[in-house]
Ligand binder design. Structure first.
Ligand code: FAD
Length: 463
């Protein structure tokens, strides 16, 4: 084999690529990473981090209102400045990007600011300079990209989540198409900041793939907060009329708004990098096919993160990048366990989820015990806010193991991180029951649910 310029060339400096590059370099590999946009990738630049900052901002409105019940008088009607929020958010993103760059440099990773494409299985070309780099191993960590759906008339007027972070002003009215977590989160963000929001979703209910009771609960809560949720509809055309946009819906009605956003899913970012010329296999959902060590069908090329379309979350991409580096450079072959990944939806109220939905549990186990509760959170008693917490535990009726936990309520994302440990360890309902409650908290309900709401047996279902 000809001499290589580097041991590892990483395409994409997002969650997975940065971690893989840093760990590989720490094992002594000569590493170059190419980034065509900004170091940090989707999560840091236009995903999790800026979104969470917007989520924080969106929750203050209710806090000001709720304070009154606790004796506070907020002297004047609070006002909100979108440009201030965006400028402060951008400053924080700049700081984080610089921190990512510094970490890579400290670990002797060479960063090139360019789009990289394959020349052959061992060579990439940098489009910024035309330079070619030869590498023994190449890691594809190019992430995903918003999918804008079928080419409906006027789709060029719609924004994706990428642009939502850079609007010059807060839209008074926004129509969002989509029912996944990004659509739902942005609907809640805009509504919390004062926009009039309509969420248009093709399916029968938002958050396909989540537990049905949880979906129903969130939809009701969102509706109570003034978000119009239109399921079973699609936007079929968008027309610009002056400063406004008229969306034509599939039922023949129309909605006028100041912005139209599409958040109908993301696709693996493989267009134009040359994977097809290498004969690299992709799976039916469009992601690059990899084995359990993230190796593609081309032996010296690996892929991690959203581009593989396994579990498209930052911690998963990071774990996959780390496992790749441990496997290839650390002498520690490491597989990533993709089961029971806890996750949150930063809606209002927040959702925290781990394990199986009720439908999945009933498909998997012979006996499923369901425990669920809904109650008014203590804070709402004085604030008077109309909101309820929802919690559900799914238990394998034979082993007693908790196989699913679904929470809607304040800080559910924080809560599910910890519940996730118990579920991952195989905790049983008896273990939950044996744990002393922390009082007064919302989470105590998880260890005090004694009454079974339902028991499903496969035998009864078959009758
Ligand atoms: P990315 O982080 O997307 O990084 C890929 C990088 O590759 C990008 O920087 C891109 O510019 C670069 N690139 C692409 N092609 C090339 C090329 N040919 N040459 C050079 N560079 C290239 N996940 C969570 O866990 N929690 C959340 O709350 C959450 N919220 C999200 C909110 C939004 C709005 C979005 C869009 C995503 C969110 N995610 C969240 C998902 C999370 O951001 C991704 O799962 C994660 O970033 C995937 O990491 P990655 O390394 O696979 O790819």
């Amino acid at each position: 084999m000809a001499d290589n310029d580097v041991d590892l060339f990483v395409i994409g400096a997002g969650s997975g690529g940065v971690r893989a590059a840093r760990i590989a370099a720490s094992y002594g590999a000569r590493v170059t990473i190419a980034e065509e946009f900004r170091v940090g990738g989707t999560c840091v630049i236009r995903g999790c981090v800026p979104k969470k900052l917007l989520v924080y901002a969106s929750r203050f409105g209710h806090e000001f209102e709720d304070a009154a019940g606790f004796g506070w008088t907020v002297p004047t009607q609070p006002t909100f400045s979108w440009p201030t929020l965006i400028a402060n958010k951008d400053r924080e993103i700049d700081r984080l990007e610089a921190a990512y760059v510094a970490t890579l440099e400290r670990n002797n990773v060479n960063i090139v600011r360019s789009r990289a494409v394959f020349e052959d299985a061992h060579t990439v070309r940098l489009l910024a300079t035309g330079a070619r780099v030869r590498a023994e191993t190449i890691l594809i960590a190019t992430g995903g990209w918003p999918h804008m759906g079928p080419n409906i008339p006027g789709i060029e007027h719609a924004i994706s989540s990428n642009e939502a972070f850079h609007l010059t002003e807060l839209p008074e009215r926004i129509v969002i198409q989509g029912g996944g977590y990004i659509a739902v989160e942005f609907a809640c963000i805009f509504a919390g900041l004062g926009s009039k929001v309509t969420l248009v979703y093709r399916g029968e209910n938002i958050l396909r793939g989540f537990d049905d009771d949880l979906r129903e609960h969130l939809r009701n809560e969102m509706t109570m907060r003034g978000i119009k949720v239109l399921c079973g509809h699609t936007i079929d055309a968008i027309e610009k009329a002056g400063d406004e946009y008229r969306t034509s819906l599939s039922d023949g009605t129309s909605l006028t708004a100041d912005k139209v956003m599409f958040a109908i899913g993301r696709r693996p970012n493989i267009m134009g990098i040359g994977c097809e010329t290498l004969g690299m296999e992709c799976h039916e959902h469009g992601g690059i096919s990899v084995d359990e060590y993230s190796r593609t069908s081309v032996p010296n090329i690996y892929a991690v993160g959203d581009v593989t379309n396994r579990v498209n979350l930052t911690p998963v991409a990071i774990r996959e990048g780390h496992a790749f580096a441990d496997t290839v450079y650390g002498g520690k072959p490491t597989r990533v366990d993709h089961a029971d990944v806890p996750t949150a939806v930063f809606s209002e109220p927040e959702l925290g989820v781990i394990g199986l939905t009720e439908a999945q549990a009933r498909d998997t186990f012979d006996i499923v015990d369901v425990y669920k509760t809904t109650f008014r959170p203590m804070k709402a008693t004085l604030s008077g806010r109309a909101t309820r917490v929802f919690m559900k535990l799914l238990v394998d009726g034979i082993s007693g193991r908790v196989v699913g936990c679904h929470v809607a309520g304040p800080d559910a994302g924080e809560l599910i991180q910890v519940i996730g440990i118990a579920v991952k360890m195989g905790a049983t309902k008896a273990d939950f029951d044996a744990t002393m409650a922390v009082h007064p908290t919302m989470a105590e309900e998880l260890v005090t649910m004694r009454e079974r709401a339902a028991r499903y047996t496969r035998a009864a279902a078959a009758e």
